[in-house]
Design a protein around this ligand. Structure first.
Ligand SMILES: *[C@@H]1O[C@H](CO)[C@@H](O)[C@H](O)[C@H]1NC(C)=O
Ligand SMILES: *[C@@H]1O[C@H](CO)[C@@H](O)[C@H](O)[C@H]1NC(C)=O
Length: 185
């Protein structure tokens, strides 16, 4: 009797795990589909601004190699979730001086939120697995990069031009980083 119950339980568990694994596969595709739309929203946020208005184009030096090279599937999944979360956090800072198109800004934050929730759901079964040393290293590296963006904004007192530099930076790295990390899954 106990054996049967145990068998049924493990069968159920296997079914649940299979469903979640399937879900994670779909997330990869839906994340790919979202990349173009998210970038268009980032672009639309700035409206029709002439590029000469803000000549400064700082190099924030995204740590591409450290994030992508040597990352296994677990690391890549974790890195995507963390990357999206950090973008959300940076866009929660004060952008009242930017004059951004609020419709596009709201839609951008909404889609980031949905993307981030998706990855959380995908990693629920994975919480029992230990993050690899490399994964932790990637997380620290990404955190340092986003701290650099935040310090820049703070030093420039969240000015329109500082924000445009950060928005342009995210516009550039968002698709490259995600494409490379999704390629690992
Ligand atoms: C955001 O910045 C503006 C001026 O740049 C300031 O008036 C406002 O109080 C700030 N808002 C917050 C929540 O700090
Ligand atoms: C603001 O962004 C929305 C969404 O991208 C767009 O439909 C609208 O035309 C934009 N408004 C202006 C004034 O550019």
């Amino acid at each position: 009797m106990a054996t049967i119950v145990l068998q049924q339980t493990s069968l159920l568990l296997m079914l649940i795990l299979a469903t979640v694994a399937l879900d994670c596969g779909q997330i990869v595709q839906s994340q790919r589909n979202e990349i173009g739309r998210t970038r268009r929203l980032l672009e639309a946020m700035g409206g029709q601004r002439s590029p000469t208005e803000c000549p400064e184009d700082p190099d924030f030096g995204f740590p591409m190699e450290k994030t992508v090279l040597n990352s296994n599937k677990e690391d890549a999944r974790m890195a995507i979730g963390f990357f999206l979360e950090q973008i959300q956090t940076i866009f929660q800072h004060n952008y009242t001086q930017t004059n951004w198109n609020m419709t596009a800004t709201d839609l951008f934050q909404e889609t980031l939120d949905q993307q981030q929730i998706q990855w959380q759901r995908c990693s629920i079964v994975r919480t029992r697995e230990q993050a690899t040393r490399h994964g932790l290293h990637v997380k620290r590296t990404l955190k340092m990069y986003f701290t650099k963006l935040h310090i820049f904004l703070k030093e420039k007192e969240y000015s329109l031009c500082a924000w445009d530099a950060v928005r342009g930076e995210i516009f550039e790295v968002y698709s490259v980083v995600l494409s490379k990390l999704l390629g690992k899954l």
